[in-house]
Design a protein around this ligand. Structure first.
Ligand SMILES: Cc1ncc(COP(=O)(O)O)c(C=O)c1O
Length: 449
């Protein structure tokens, strides 16, 4: 089924097109282009993009029979193994080049299982990125462990490896790098630090399906990798998740834990049942996910090509800083994000820049904010449990340490992004995004007043 919204073709005049091309080839402000540019839509001009954007999720009618088959089989859950869930697990592992995969109910539960299996326990500390969806913080808190934040590198938007070691204490048990927006973290130094300090590495790859770091897929770079298949994700099942890894021993333990603690494979645990819970995926979700794999591969290629085109255009606009990727890496762009420097836009605030962009027909938003100031972590550290598990000095030092996250503050204040669905549109639509930002830049003095 073709679910794209109808998009009205954008008719560009030859004059505007050549002016835009001329400008793209230069480094400085678009004086020629600016003189001929339309008024910004926010000031009453015509929006650059007048059509819609691809909608999400997007499915195929041909996927429906297998889902109906699950319904008619009466075998809807995966207790006992086999069936659609096992088929999806095998396909996902193969796609990623991982030895094993285990499907779960969500990305959050994949992270909880992985940390549990890697020995994260009440009173431990896990070093992670503050620039992430709140689920990352919450999964660590669920285990009654403390999420300790490494700083964010403003150039990459991911965990700055240089900020990790100073955060390690005798309680630190694991590092959880987050490949946010599908941007691969710089895993070599992270893994080296983990090895040196004997720490586990659990990758939060919940936004990084098929992201690549030095030729290997995100989710296969640490001890265990975790994915989310929630509705907004590039391969959605409504809800769902997966753990991937290369160790049979670890994956057997994951299997046991997510299946109410039933012993599995090499993991005999403490008898038939060990400590565990139910985080099993349903066969419906697996049937959908397995059939979505080919589409994920082709969509990823399209997003990457369009993102490359956007980067080439946007990097020429003063005040727009595309993200830097680690060497020999490929992002998959859950959000196409860049950093915005208001000084280069006559002081136009990021909020108003985003409003101006939306008025041009480009739905944009800011990135994550400084969520550690929101109260969630105060709620945790003021709880009875955390007060029992950590000393008052440690909890105070922990709270104070949020002030040190200077890179993250900068990232939170200056990031702008567009959702991955925009990258599934046509190449000419990417030109609209570039043109809209160029137009805002050209008129930033008027917009800023
Ligand atoms: C970075 C990150 N981590 C964890 C999660 C949790 O995944 P789920 O919503 O499937 O529980 C998400 C989901 O949005 C995420 O984006």
């Amino acid at each position: 089924m073709e679910n794209y919204l109808t998009r009205r073709g954008f008719v560009r005049t030859a004059a505007a097109g050549s002016a835009a091309l001329t400008w793209l080839g230069t480094r400085r402000a678009p004086t020629v282009f600016a003189a001929g540019a339309d008024k910004p839509a926010l000031l009453g001009g015509t929006p650059v993009h007048k059509g819609g954007w691809p909608k999400w999720p997007d499915w195929r009618e041909s996927w429906e029979p297998e889902i109906v088959d699950v319904l008619r089989s009466g075998r809807w859950c995966c207790a006992g193994g086999g069936g659609q869930v096992a088929d999806f697990e095998a396909a996902w592992a193969k796609l990623l080049g991982a030895k094993r995969c285990m499907a779960t109910t969500s990305g959050s539960t994949a992270l909880i299982i992985s940390m549990h299996v890697m020995g994260v326990d009440a009173g431990d500390e896990v070093i992670t990125s503050p620039f992430t969806f709140i689920a990352t913080y919450n999964t660590i808190l669920t285990l009654k462990a403390l999420p300790v934040f490494a700083d964010t590198d403003p150039a990459t938007l991911t965990m700055d490896p240089a900020s990790i070691e100073s955060r390690i204490t005798e309680r630190t048990r694991a590092i959880m790098p987050v490949h946010i927006y599908g941007l691969p973290c710089d895993m070599d130094p992270i893994n080296a630090i983990a090895k040196k300090h004997k720490l586990a590495v659990v990758e939060d790859a919940c936004q990084a399906w098929l992201g690549e770091y030095k030729g290997r897929k995100c989710g296969t770079l640490g001890d265990l990798g975790c994915f989310s298949f929630q509705n907004s994700k590039h391969i959605p099942a409504g809800e769902g998740g997966a753990v991937t890894g290369n160790s049979d021993e670890l994956l057997d333990r994951c299997q046991a834990y997510h299946n109410c603690g039933r012993s599995f494979g090499t993991f005999k645990g403490s008898g038939y049942f060990s400590h565990g819970t139910n985080y099993r995926m349903m066969h419906y979700a697996a049937a959908l996910l397995r059939q979505e794999i080919d589409k994920l591969v082709s969509d990823t290629k399209r997003r990457q090509e369009n993102a490359d085109h956007l980067t080439a255009g946007l990097k020429e606009i003063p005040g727009i800083q595309p993200v830097r990727l680690p060497e020999n890496s490929r992002a998959v762009w859950h959000l196409y994000a860049f950093r915005y420097d208001a000084d280069q836009f006559h002081g136009l605030s990021r909020g108003k820049f985003i409003r101006a962009l939306r008025a041009e027909g480009v739905p944009a938003s800011g990135g994550y904010h400084e969520q550690y100031n929101d109260g969630l972590l105060d709620e945790a550290i003021n709880s009875r449990g955390f007060k029992r598990l950590f000393t008052a000095e440690r909890l105070k030092a922990y709270r104070d340490s949020f002030q040190e996250l200077k890179g993250n503050k900068q990232v939170c204040e200056t990031t702008v992004g567009v959702f991955h669905t925009l990258l599934l549109a046509d190449r000419s639509d990417m030109d609209h995004i570039i043109e809209a930002i160029r137009k805002i830049h050209a008129h930033s003095a008027a917009l800023a007043t």
